[in-house]
Design a protein around this ligand. Structure first.
Ligand SMILES: Nc1ncnc2c1ncn2[C@@H]1O[C@H](COP(=O)(O)OP(=O)(O)O)[C@@H](O)[C@H]1O
Ligand SMILES: [Mg+2]
Length: 309
């Protein structure tokens, strides 16, 4: 396997007594879309901010592109791009003016700057918006302009912090297509999200919760590694059945999905006894055969486990 473009070991950040990021280790391979997944407050932005040099770590090491990210920052930063959670675009400038401004900050000028700006505007499918004020754009368009701004200097590693939050599904897809183009150009991307559909599109994932790494690997491997089965019970009285199911000892989780209750059970459990018991208690339902868990199931499971731990 090639050398990782980014290697993080024991990364930790404390704010006073509070540990926001705790002993995080992972690596990103060249050309990979690496997903950083976790609920609000998990520590995703804090991690990215340390890796981008905005925030000093309390402990830990990181290497990027063969250099120490914290002691040789100047040599590495020029090869990194960062799109922060809050858009840094200037809303009272046009799209093209923004890109010229940010390109200038990266040291681009003259014909090179003009060429890069035009290239990114077209690639991000915002060419037709170039003379509009950023304030007039929808969130989806704005985020693709921000992605253009973060990549004008052709970085090798790109950090995207919740780039599609608040973006509608159609434009979300456009954003992911744009990311695929960047990967095809040779970039490696770390993207944070709490959207589980997006997580499925990543090459590899790190789930974080309470600043800790809970699971790490390919989406499919993570799902297969999950020793659980999911059974869907269709019923009229879904709320009552959910409550009844949750009081059964072998039920790991019981979540509502439309008019069904999704039960997560240990992988080696024969569910017939449990279903018979619920029916004896007067619940009427139709049980769908077990199916492979979704990432959402995994996520619910991880959160549940960390609560009981
Ligand atoms: N500058 C700060 N001072 C104190 N606490 C902070 C600071 N920045 C973040 N935190 C806390 O660290 C935790 C992780 O935050 P963050 O990294 O923003 O999470 P996420 O991006 O996953 O939603 C949160 O509990 C947040 O309140
Ligand atoms: Mg965040």
């Amino acid at each position: 396997m090639a050398d990782p473009v980014l290697e993080v070991r024991g990364l930790t950040r404390r704010f006073g007594n509070f540990t926001a990021v705790s002993d995080l280790s992972f690596e990103i391979q060249p050309g990979e879309i690496f997903g950083f997944l976790g609920p609000n407050g998990a520590g995703k932005s804090t991690t990215i901010r340390m890796l981008c040099g905005v925030l000093a770590p309390s402990a830990g090491k990181a290497r990027a592109l063969g250099r120490d990210l914290f002691t040789e920052a100047d040599q590495v930063r020029a090869h990194m791009g960062y799109m922060s959670q809050k858009s840094s675009l200037l809303t009272d400038l046009t799209v093209a003016e923004n890109l010229h401004f940010f390109g200038g900050l990266y040291g681009l000028e003259g014909q090179r700057l003009t060429t890069e700006v035009e290239f990114r505007l077209r690639e991000m499918q915002v060419w037709d918006d170039r003379d509009l004020l950023v304030s007039a754009l929808s969130t989806g368009e704005r985020q693709r302009v921000a992605l253009a701004a973060a990549t004008l200097h052709r970085p090798e590693i790109l950090f995207l912090d919740e780039p599609t939050s608040g973006v509608d599904p159609l434009r979300r897809r456009l954003f992911w297509e744009a990311m695929d183009e960047l990967v095809a150009e040779g970039m490696s991307i770390l993207v944070t999200t709490h959207n589980l559909g997006e997580a499925d599109q990543c090459d590899r994932l790190a789930f974080i919760l309470g600043g800790k790494l809970m699971a790490y690997g390919r989406p499919r491997t993570l799902k297969e590694a999950l020793l659980r089965q999911v059974i869907e019970l269709r019923t009229e009285r879904f709320r009552a059945l959910q409550i009844a199911a949750r009081s059964q000892p072998e039920v790991l989780a019981a979540e509502l999905l439309g008019r069904s209750v999704r039960l997560s059970l240990p992988g080696d459990l024969e569910p017939a006894g449990l279903l018979a018991r619920l029916r004896q208690d007067g619940y009427v339902f139709e049980a769908q055969p077990p199916e492979p868990p979704s990432l959402e199931d995994l996520f619910v499971d991880l959160v549940q486990r960390s609560r009981t731990a």
